[in-house]
Design a protein around this ligand. Structure first.
Ligand SMILES: [Zn+2]
Length: 524
């Protein structure tokens, strides 16, 4: 309560001489107000390396290196428009290169080229590939541009009503005086270096679907005079204090000529382009799915809002419902007195939908077990909605400790679930090899699959129906290559190892397919 009370006081405060002083000294250190005012356009070149912590092999293990990219940004402050040309070389989930451009204006965003495996209908139907940014991505991109822009400090200097005192931020035993800056409904905490007066760290308080309430910081260092001002040539993004992105600025040019058409969004795209989203947004989802090149650029994080009306149930048999229609699926299995659900993908909004649909289909039967095939953020981000109902969570051996830490994290900023429950009492079942869940009538078996994608991965199986459930190792119904990949081979190896005889698999991605379609690739 004390903490809450102090937050209220801080956010209600207006700029004090202390915070005004911090801002004006920072503007001086950056090169001075007149130097910033004289910047009409900039062209910035650099490189970026990104890791994804929640796509690790081991739960809570080393971050996965996701991509290396080069970029060139041009900003026309008068036109309030920017263009970023990106060449992004991915190493995860598999090697590929995307070359694309983003144009951002106050009211619309545009992507020319292919920037994701999770393409929207609009991108697929456009020739050459292009699409309007969702309002969610536009708001996120605008926020991140504001975080990294020198003009933010000019705006702070000129609008002291947007600036208020904030408690010092202490990192590594060093205390940094800080202010809060609110623009367009987004609040940044800006911390300054007491020795140089330069900004040192620009923080937002975000919601992460795995770790709940997190800090997301841009850490600025290695300052050099470039383009008529001081530029932080080394920029790190830290999630809860852990560096997940590293950006290097290699070139800054000021007041270069920018042809107007380079910043123009085609009229036919702009006409239906969404405005920036507002409110408590899933910023981390938007940012981090782009890190591994799988972001579905839609105003609903679960499905392409321009292509489908939403998630839906697909009945695979009596009491067996596949949640489909989005990028990520669940499987609901009805037992005598309860339900079993496989995977809690994306976020708690999707879980709320699945729980609602299950209630409509199966009445008041509670979800007794949630089986999480593996710990990756896109398949577990909705686990709190289940934990809040007292569901027991079934995970691979060694993963329970990771999920206990996840559920102990505060989640006050969760956009989809009130943080009214203490989730630390959630029960876990760890599966070492095989776990049978039965009510004496129906049997559901969970098997551990050895594989290269994630440690202690689980595969579900209904022996009577000869139906399996698999996530990420194989996406049933999705186009297949000419040969088995190592993940698909792991499915076959698991089936053989446990001597089961599936006819069909339903997927955490894709739809359903005959197991024979996978076996047909064996030996090719
Ligand atoms: Zn995965």
């Amino acid at each position: 309560m004390l903490l809450l009370a102090s937050l209220v006081v801080v956010s209600g405060a207006t700029a004090s001489p202390r915070s005004d002083n911090l801002v004006s000294k920072a503007v001086q250190a950056l090169g001075g107000e007149s130097a910033l005012v004289s910047i009409k356009t900039v062209a910035v070149k650099g490189t970026m390396r990104q890791w994804e912590p929640e796509q690790s092999v081991l739960p809570g293990g080393d971050m996965r290196l996701a991509n290396d990219s080069t970029f060139e940004i041009v900003v026309d402050y008068g036109a309030r428009a920017s263009r970023t040309d990106v060449v992004k070389n991915f190493v995860y989930p598999f090697p590929r290169t995307y070359t694309f451009s983003e144009i951002v204006t106050p009211d619309a965003g545009y992507v020319a080229g292919i920037d994701s495996m999770g393409r929207t209908k609009q991108s697929m139907e456009s020739n050459p590939p292009a699409h309007a940014m969702s309002g969610l991505r536009l708001a996120t991109t605008q926020r991140e541009m504001r975080r990294a822009s020198p003009m933010t400090f000019l705006d702070m200097l000129r609008n002291s009503d947007r600036v208020s005192d904030a408690p010092d931020i202490t990192v590594g035993g060093v205390s940094y005086p800080a202010v809060n800056y609110t623009a367009n409904g987004q609040t940044f905490t800006v911390a300054f270096d007491s020795k140089t007066n330069l900004p040192a760290r620009i923080r937002t308080q975000d919601y992460d679907n795995v770790w709940g309430d997190v800090t997301f910081d841009l850490v600025l260092s290695d300052w050099h005079q470039m383009g008529g001002r001081q530029v932080a040539t080394s920029q790190q993004y830290q999630l809860n204090g852990r560096t997940i992105f590293e950006r290097k600025i290699t070139d800054v040019q000021t007041n270069v000529a920018v042809a107007a058409d380079r910043l123009m969004i085609p009229a036919e795209v702009k006409a239906s382009a969404p405005k920036p989203a507002t409110g408590n947004l899933h910023y981390q989802w938007v940012i981090r799915r782009q890190v591994i090149g799988t972001y579905l650029d839609s105003d609903n994080p679960s499905f392409d809002a321009r292509a489908t009306s939403g998630l839906r149930l697909n009945e695979l048999g009596p009491g067996i419902q596949h949640v489909v229609g989005g990028s990520h699926n669940s499987l609901i299995v009805e037992m005598k007195d309860y339900l079993i659900v496989f995977d809690a993908p994306v976020n708690d909004a999707q879980s709320n939908w699945t729980l609602d649909a299950a209630r409509q289909k199966f009445g008041a039967k509670p979800v007794k077990y949630l089986v999480l095939t593996h710990h990756h953020m896109d398949h577990v981000g909705g686990l709190r909605a289940y934990a809040a109902q007292g569901t027991t969570i079934v995970v691979g051996k060694g993963a329970a400790e990771h999920f206990r830490r996840v559920l102990a994290a505060p989640y006050r900023r969760n956009p989809d679930l009130p943080a009214s429950r203490d989730l630390t009492g959630t029960q876990f079942i760890e599966v070492a090899e095989k776990q049978v869940l039965t009510d004496g009538q129906r049997e559901v078996v969970v098997y551990v699959a050895e594989n290269p994608h994630a440690h202690a991965m689980l595969i579900g199986y209904l022996p009577a129906e000869r139906l399996g459930f698999v996530t990420d190792l194989w996406s049933p119904g999705a186009p297949m290559g000419p040969t088995l990949n190592p993940n698909q081979a792991a499915v076959i190896a698991t089936v053989k190892r446990f001597g089961i005889t599936p006819l069909k698999f339903a997927g955490g991605h894709g739809s359903t397919a005959d197991y024979a379609a996978l076996v047909a690739l064996e030996g090719k």
